[in-house]
Design a protein. Structure first.
Length: 276
């Protein structure tokens, strides 16, 4: 029985939530079913990568952005679990060197772009200049505005060159971010993620949210659209990210459910649906 059917309340009846688990969310019936879907979709993505490599015509570029602790690392781990290492790269660049700060802003990112048959996933990207940099004062207002003007042109060049560009914004609530940041400090396997900027993520939440809204408004394009993944549940986010990527690749014979529309939606449908 599907979750929606379980939650349906017929006219004249009283709701009964006694058989509904509270430790999972999404359009799956159980935690076991969710794990199965994650495994199957990860395998499907690995299979599609081989087809992409065999065709040798397109490169896949996935950009993952989001608030601190939004779940980018976990999503990438799921996506790459069954991918071939030789044709897959995950790019997470440190802060620019003194030399890089004098270059064309997109230059250091361009060096990591995929060739035909390859998949590159950016764990944060050039869109740092639309978020953390203006919020933290790492760039000037003029540089921020220049970026918002230039990014669409940069991405048009990519897509016109045969790059399949998927831009994902991972959205979580302020309370969930606080919980995850605290968990980083307490969990020995997550402590390496602790950053001096973690405290600023909460203190400057409103500024980050305003920067996010401006970024989505200015850089959501028909040839390079933003897709929002909005949920506090990590497993729900990962499952729906996999579904979205698989559906975007749209290969014949693909068997994959559509993403949950309550979780995954276009940036032009985001008004009133993003964390404040």
């Amino acid at each position: 029985m599907g979750l929606r059917r379980k939650l349906r309340v017929e006219p004249g009846t009283r709701p009964d939530l006694s058989n509904i688990a509270t430790d999972f969310h999404g359009d799956f019936d159980s935690e076991k079913a969710a794990r199965k879907q994650l495994f199957e979709n990860s395998r499907r993505l690995g299979d599609l990568q081989q087809k992409l490599y065999g065709e040798g015509r397109h490169a896949l570029l996935i950009v993952l952005q989001g608030m601190d602790a939004a779940g980018k690392d976990g999503a990438i781990k799921r996506m790459t679990e069954y991918m071939a290492p030789r044709q897959t790269r995950v790019v997470a660049l440190p802060k620019p060197t003194e030399r890089e700060t004098t270059q064309w802003y997109f230059q250091r990112y361009a060096a990591h772009l995929p060739a035909a048959g390859e998949i590159v996933i950016f764990n944060r990207s050039w869109y740092n200049r639309a978020g953390v940099e203006p919020v933290m004062g790492f760039c000037t207002p003029e540089q921020h505005e220049r970026f918002l003007h230039d990014a669409p042109h940069f991405e048009r060049m990519l897509t016109q060159s045969g790059v399949i560009l998927i831009k994902l914004w991972l959205d979580i609530s302020r309370g969930e971010q606080a919980r995850r940041l605290e968990e980083r400090v307490d969990h020995p396997l997550k402590r390496f993620k602790v950053s001096s900027l973690d405290a600023e993520a909460q203190a400057r939440w409103s500024a980050y949210s305003a920067a996010r809204d401006e970024m989505l408004k200015r850089t959501h394009l028909d040839y390079a659209p933003w897709t929002v993944v909005a949920t506090d549940q990590k497993k729900t986010a990962r499952l729906n990210i996999l579904r979205h990527v698989l559906r975007r690749l749209n290969r014949p014979g693909l068997e994959c459910r559509e993403p949950d529309p309550s979780v995954v939606f276009s940036a032009d449908e985001a008004k009133g649906r993003l964390a404040e």
